[in-house]
Design a protein around this ligand. Sequence first.
Ligand SMILES: NC(=O)C1=CN([C@@H]2O[C@H](COP(=O)(O)OP(=O)(O)OC[C@H]3O[C@@H](n4cnc5c(N)ncnc54)[C@H](OP(=O)(O)O)[C@@H]3O)[C@@H](O)[C@H]2O)C=CC1
Ligand SMILES: O=C(O)C1=N[C@H](C(=O)O)C[C@H](O)C1
Length: 233
Amino acid sequence: MKIALFGYGKMGKMIEQTAIKRNHTIVAKIDVDTKEIDFSNIDVAIDFSQPDAAFENIKKCMEHNVPVISGTTGWLKDYDKAVSFCNEHKGAFIYASNYSLGVNIFFELNEYLAKMMKTLDQYKVSMEEIHHTQKLDAPSGTAITLAEGIIKNTDYKGWKLEEATDGHIPILAKRINDVPGTHSVNYESPVDSIEIKHTAHNREGFALGAVVAAEWIVGKTGVFTMKDVLNLG
Ligand SMILES: NC(=O)C1=CN([C@@H]2O[C@H](COP(=O)(O)OP(=O)(O)OC[C@H]3O[C@@H](n4cnc5c(N)ncnc54)[C@H](OP(=O)(O)O)[C@@H]3O)[C@@H](O)[C@H]2O)C=CC1
Ligand SMILES: O=C(O)C1=N[C@H](C(=O)O)C[C@H](O)C1
């Protein structure tokens, strides 16, 4: 496949390595200064750029009928607009807050646990995410997906950064040098606690998942998720 990378930072570079190992070709590396893009030579675009750049990049690809894999976080206020735009242009689009297989299994586990905890009022949930200090958004996209998975299956009304007492899930976002991404969900009662945790050791899992999603989407039309790609039901 001929892949265009929107964003050639930490993730763009890792995706390039993974794509080449899987016999794909990187035909474009696009950043904020790129003036012209030859969309006729692109099979699929992968966007790991910045929160304020992602939506415009995604729309540009859809306008030119190029399927888009979106990994950038922190732009989700525009997600519904991206879905409408994709449908209007009969495009193909996947957004995932986290492309790693392990985190997508963790998402399923989180929802299963939330269903079991729904009626157990003695347990209070909280979440923690830890990332490197260059990260622009907080909480992480993955933490938001985890919170949404709990909210969907319990009576929690929403999430809040740090302290939360009024039916919201508190999320603590920590920034520590070089941490690729750690997420934990904790249920605390007066007598015990239950914690589930995912720790990324490096960025390879994110990159592999994004390339697998790119391979999967070519030739399809519609808006999909990693559940579709990984057949997680
Ligand atoms: N979904 C997932 O699985 C994962 C998602 N992410 C997300 O991916 C995004 C990128 O992460 P990461 O690679 O670590 O970040 P980096 O900051 O290392 O890379 C982002 C790159 O995007 C470039 N950029 C800025 N503006 C534009 C633009 N308009 N078009 C194209 N590129 C642009 C930046 O260039 P410059 O430096 O010159 O500004 C930079 O090179 C983040 O939102 C992060 O949260 C990260 C890991 C996994
Ligand atoms: O910025 C990062 O690095 C990461 N961002 C994603 C997120 O916001 O959840 C995924 C991963 O945790 C790494």
